[in-house]
Design a binder for this molecule. Structure first.
Ligand SMILES: [Zn+2]
Ligand SMILES: [Zn+2]
Length: 172
């Protein structure tokens, strides 16, 4: 949905919308919901609200696809890109956490939702905090079965120590 900044009334605007933004590499099966309060002060537009929905991600441990819920607060102030000079831009970036810009008097709510989704996708997605992952030897999903592989988990720092110890023994 595109919001015309000019059309935002003095008393502000409350909108509720459902959108499914297209994001490369992110699977979204159900549309996202956004409940937004939009206010205007001069050319500056403040948007506050909640964005919620779910994305389909692949667990980084067991590689299974799972549904990852996202519910996040939005608080952004929008400035007209054309009316700012460089110094003003730098000042804004220093002052406020979430600053964004609009062009040609239009704010696209699709972008708000897309940004929130991108900000809230974990670097290492996990289907569950306790996911046991796959056996590195035979590939069994350890959430479902137990295998008999012997997996020695060595902390990399420990590995360095062990190497040193071995060398010392050899020399001594
Ligand atoms: Zn998992
Ligand atoms: Zn195994």
């Amino acid at each position: 949905m595109k919001i015309e900044v000019f059309d935002i009334p003095e008393e502000g605007l409350d909108i509720e919308l459902e959108e499914t933004p297209k994001i490369e590499g992110v699977k979204i099966n159900k549309s996202f919901k956004a409940i937004l309060r939009i206010e205007k002060k001069g050319a500056e537009v403040f948007i506050k609200g909640i964005v919620s929905g779910e994305v389909e991600l692949q667990c980084s441990r067991c590689l299974k696809e799972y549904t990852h819920p996202i519910k996040t607060l939005v608080e952004v102030s929008y400035h007209p890109l054309e009316e700012l000079n460089r110094e003003e831009l730098i000042e804004l970036k220093k002052d406020e956490m979430d600053v964004d810009f609009y062009r040609e008097g239009l704010i696209d709510t699709d972008d708000i939702i897309r940004d929130q989704i991108l900000l809230n996708i974990p670097m290492k997605p996990l289907c569950s905090e306790t996911c046991k992952g796959l056996c590195p030897v035979c590939g069994t999903d350890l959430n479902e079965f137990e295998c008999r592989c012997e997996v020695k988990e060595i902390d990399p720092r420990m590995a360095v120590l062990q190497k040193l110890l071995r060398r010392m023994r050899k020399n001594g």
